[in-house]
Design a protein around this ligand. Structure first.
Ligand SMILES: NC(=O)C1=CN([C@@H]2O[C@H](COP(=O)(O)OP(=O)(O)OC[C@H]3O[C@@H](n4cnc5c(N)ncnc54)[C@H](OP(=O)(O)O)[C@@H]3O)[C@@H](O)[C@H]2O)C=CC1
Ligand SMILES: CC[C@](O)(C(C)=O)C(=O)O
Ligand SMILES: [Mg+2]
Ligand SMILES: [Mg+2]
Length: 337
């Protein structure tokens, strides 16, 4: 199966420059999209509730901020970049009333459409521009003249121009500099959730914390364990990012490479693969989405507890002290670049 990949020459920036865009939310993705759209010559306004903590930040950064309902009424492309769990009520209260024929509703992730938490009218375009990276790096890469790859998808093409519009939007935030792949809401949602749960966030965090625990419980210095299991991981992943696993294996010692082949599969073994398949099954069946929505509706009691536990893991204190000695590492996630 081959995919369609689009680059800068395949996208026409003037399409999005000819529209009025509302970015709802000014967090990780919202600030990156709004600032880069503006810097790409797009007429953009940010939609935030009156008491939102993000309002001063967006205004200081030179953006016009109105309420989500005002932004949605003014604009003809509405990109929802508030937390996934908040999107249903934002849609019902602030977007749906002014979502008239000819407008476009955009998403940065497909969860609310895939699990039918939002059902837009059939006379509007519904599309997605989903960066494959954290929002602060989406902005940093754009400012540096680079880009984070994006996925685009079209759920409804009422205008006949939804794909060109999504590609144009992706170009305005730097996505087509790196490559934009055409997919579906279903594929983006299921692979994104799987990736963040099993590999990128859940899998990687658990691997790092468990490696740190094994070394420190065996009496090794936490500082040594931190460098070994967390700090160096970035340097190893940088090599994978640049040239695949093969380049990493070329650069490490033969000793490390032999240990990789013989010990890696004992850590990530058939049991882990079976668990990954169960996790994918929960995503495909909608079980995970139902759990997420119920957790949010209940006021996030477990989420808060997990956050606390994670923040108090001994690796965090060790890391804080060590990073304090490396000024070039502790680079704040600013909201401008
Ligand atoms: N984080 C990421 O890097 C990625 C996220 N995505 C997707 O992008 C979307 C946004 O995610 P993310 O950037 O993490 O979101 P954030 O959690 O960073 O969004 C927080 C922002 O949303 C605002 N907000 C909260 N509630 C409302 C509301 N009712 N109305 C308007 N604004 C509101 C917050 O305002 P306040 O400051 O007042 O709380 C804040 O500005 C999601 O669909 C996510 O899956 C996709 C790829 C990567
Ligand atoms: C990996 C997490 C992510 O999917 C992302 C940054 O792409 C997210 O939802 O934040
Ligand atoms: Mg993602
Ligand atoms: Mg995600």
């Amino acid at each position: 199966m081959s995919v369609e990949i689009f680059y800068d020459d395949d996208a026409d920036l003037s399409v999005i420059q000819g529209r009025k865009v509302a970015v709802i939310g000014y967090g990780s993705q919202g600030h990156a999209h709004a600032l880069s759209l503006r810097d790409s010559g797009v007429d953009v306004r940010v939609g935030l509730p009156e008491g939102s903590k993000s309002r001063p930040k967006a205004e200081e950064q030179g953006l016009r901020v109105v309420t989500p309902a005002e932004a949605a009424a003014e604009a003809d492309v509405i990109m929802i970049l508030a937390p996934d769990t908040a999107q249903r009520s934002i849609y019902t209260e602030s977007i749906e009333p002014s979502l008239t024929e000819g407008k476009a509703l955009f998403f940065g992730h497909g969860l609310n459409i895939r699990y039918e938490l939002i059902t837009p009218p059939s006379n509007v375009d519904v599309a997605m521009v989903a960066p494959k990276g954290p929002g602060h790096l989406v902005r940093r890469q754009y400012v540096d003249g680079k880009g984070v790859p994006c996925l685009i998808a079209v759920e409804q093409d009422a205008s006949g121009g939804a794909q060109a519009l999504a590609l144009s939007y992706a170009k305005a935030i730097g996505g087509t500099r790196a490559g934009v792949i055409k997919t579906t809401f279903k594929e983006e949602t299921e692979t994104d959730l799987f990736g963040e749960q099993a590999v990128l966030c859940g899998g990687a965090s658990a691997l790092v914390q468990t490696g740190f625990e094994v070394l420190t419980e065996a009496g090794y210095a936490p500082e040594v364990a931190y460098f070994e299991c967390l700090h160096e991981l970035k340097l190893i992943v940088d090599l994978m990012y640049e040239g695949g696993i093969a380049r990493m294996r070329y650069s490490v010692s033969d000793t490390a490479e032999y240990g990789d082949y013989t010990r890696g599969p004992r850590v990530i073994n058939d049991q882990v693969k079976a668990e990954m398949k169960r996790i994918l099954g929960e995503i495909q069946s909608g079980e995970f989405a139902r759990e997420l929505v119920a957790e949010d509706d209940a006021g996030r009691p477990n989420f808060q507890k997990f956050r606390e536990q994670g923040a108090h893991h001994p690796i965090e204190e060790t890391g804080r002290q060590l990073r304090g000695m490396m000024s070039w590492v502790d680079r704040p996630l600013t909201d401008t670049a």
